[in-house]
Design a protein around this ligand. Structure first.
Ligand code: SF4
Ligand code: SF4
Length: 480
């Protein structure tokens, strides 16, 4: 057993209201500077939809992630020789058209326009060229447009038959999908970098780009199947979500979590077994979620604790892992799933799939419908969160429904119903109550269980805002 510690984030999609506060606070903190205008290290997409960059899930187009070969796993963009042959021309990456042309508005005109018969307007101005532009798409352009021809029907997770189905008003559905770098356990971005600039931190698994070492070859952008590495055109370096490591090192939550209006995010440490992970690399897609769960270890198990200590994991981190909400969601409750596990990067960010809209597509006498009568198709969710394994999604949704039914019966004092629910439940009563607490009443410390690593710098953080946090303040190309 080779135990490693990893910071993990859980996002409960049932609770996301699509307010984009997470994206805006992240932007203000990390990408509010020249060259990063189009970057959204955290973005929120509407599903079904094309996302940001458009159709990022289509790996036939972008060639991200890993594929199985006779010798194990290989990067979909190609091996070392192929990469070297493309070193001066790498076509497998999104262009600014696939993201969007960042823009602002000519606000001054609202104040300075000459007197006239018409209200002045603030026209859109490209943040790249400074010219007037006609805005045609943006990072959340398809917000709330579920079922629209242009966006939902271009979702790579929908088959032709399903596309027809979601055009009928009675079956339209939507949910929000906030996305950030998954700080993967098997990161394709790290494997693809010829200069070793992108690396996974040993102590907490956070994936970072060494700005001094980056040679601008951009293979990381191609290799990441989630398209969560970006190229800064101003300082010609790759950049990505840094899991707010300066905050994490000081025991504070990432800014997207801290500012989340829906309180959908939880943070905690998980312990996992690298030996087991290596053994499952080439398993079949549909088995991957089960195997990933197996790789995550019980932090209260004495053998795990011993092996963790042998691997150099501190007492403080092991203690944090024992009360980690991430462990509870992924392993104890078994309700949080990785995004597109078939890309085989093994994300450390997990999602509780959405249940709502709770209204069934057909009439039911029950207030809370059964799993097959919910509006969001199980098949669609399975393509996003379980590599097509519908049983796993059904299992998770059933557990979510049980929590609702149990709490409803409890509030109504319906003892008969309670007994019936518990008899058929996949969750024991204590786990139902634990899930309810995590969903609704967890305190900030229960949601964010962050062991402090090393006290970071005590410099004025307001002063440092917008300087990207890489210690490059004042260097050429960075804000003074
Ligand atoms: S999500 Fe992409 S950028 Fe982030 S660690 Fe995984 S492969 Fe790398
Ligand atoms: S701040 Fe929270 S609720 Fe709002 S969009 Fe982001 S993840 Fe969803």
């Amino acid at each position: 057993m080779d135990v490693r510690a990893q910071f993990s984030m859980i996002l409960n999609l049932e609770k996301c209201i699509g307010c984009h506060t997470c994206s805006v606070t992240c932007k203000n903190m990390w990408t509010n500077r020249k060259g990063a205008e189009y970057m959204w290290w955290n973005n929120v997409e509407t599903k079904p939809g094309t996302g940001y960059p458009k159709r990022w899930e289509d790996q036939e187009k972008y060639k991200g992630g890993w594929i199985k070969t006779d010798n194990g796993l290989s990067l979909k963009i190609g091996g070392k020789l192929k990469l070297l042959s493309k070193i001066f021309y790498n076509p497998d990456q999104p262009t600014v058209r696939n993201y969007y042309e960042p823009w602002s508005y000519e606000y001054e005109h609202l104040f300075n326009a000459a007197d006239g018969d018409y209200q002045p307007t603030a026209r859109a101005i490209s943040e790249i060229t400074g010219d007037y532009i006609e805005v045609k798409s943006g990072p959340n352009w398809d917000d709330d447009l579920s079922g629209s021809d242009e966006y939902a029907l271009n979702d790579p997770n929908l088959s032709d038959e399903e596309k027809k189905l979601i055009k009928e008003l009675s079956t339209v559905f939507m949910f929000y999908l906030p996305r950030l770098c998954n700080h993967c356990l098997n990161p394709a971005c790290v494997a693809s970098c010829p200069s070793g600039a992108i690396y996974k931190r040993g102590e907490d698994g956070i994936v970072l780009v060494n700005q001094e070492k980056c040679k601008s070859w951009r293979y990381c952008i191609s290799a990441c199947p989630y398209k969560k590495v970006y190229f800064n055109w101003n300082n010609v370096k790759s950049e990505k979500c840094i899991f707010c490591y300066p905050r994490i090192e000081n025991g504070e939550a990432t800014i997207c979590s801290q500012s989340c209006v829906g309180k959908i995010r939880s943070l905690g440490v998980i312990l996992y077994d690298v030996d087991k992970l290596t053994a499952i690399l080439t398993e079949n897609d549909t088995n991957l979620v089960d195997y990933i769960r197996e790789c995550i270890l019980d932090p209260k198990d004495e053998d795990v604790i011993r092996a963790a200590k042998e691997s150099g994991i501190s007492e403080e981190w092991i203690t944090a892992a024992k009360s980690s909400p991430a462990y509870s969601y992924v392993k104890e409750l078994g309700i949080a799933l990785p995004l597109h596990p078939e890309f085989r990067t093994f994300p450390s960010v997990f999602y509780v799939p959405p249940l709502s809209p709770i209204l069934p597509t057909i009439d039911t006498e029950d207030y809370i419908p059964e799993v097959d009568k919910l509006r969001i198709p199980i098949k669609y969710l399975s393509k996003i969160f379980s590599a097509g394994n519908e049983k796993i999604i059904k299992d998770v949704i059933e557990k979510l429904i049980v929590v609702r039914k149990y709490m409803r019966a409890k509030m109504l004092g319906d003892k008969e119903k309670l007994a019936e629910i518990l008899k058929n439940s996949k969750l024991e009563e204590d786990l139902i109550l634990k899930a309810y607490k995590l969903f609704t009443q967890a305190t900030i410390h229960e949601r964010y269980n962050i062991p402090q690593t090393a006290k970071g710098s005590n410099k004025d953080s307001y002063e440092q805002q917008g300087t990207i946090g890489f210690g490059l303040r004042g260097k050429k190309g960075f804000r003074k």
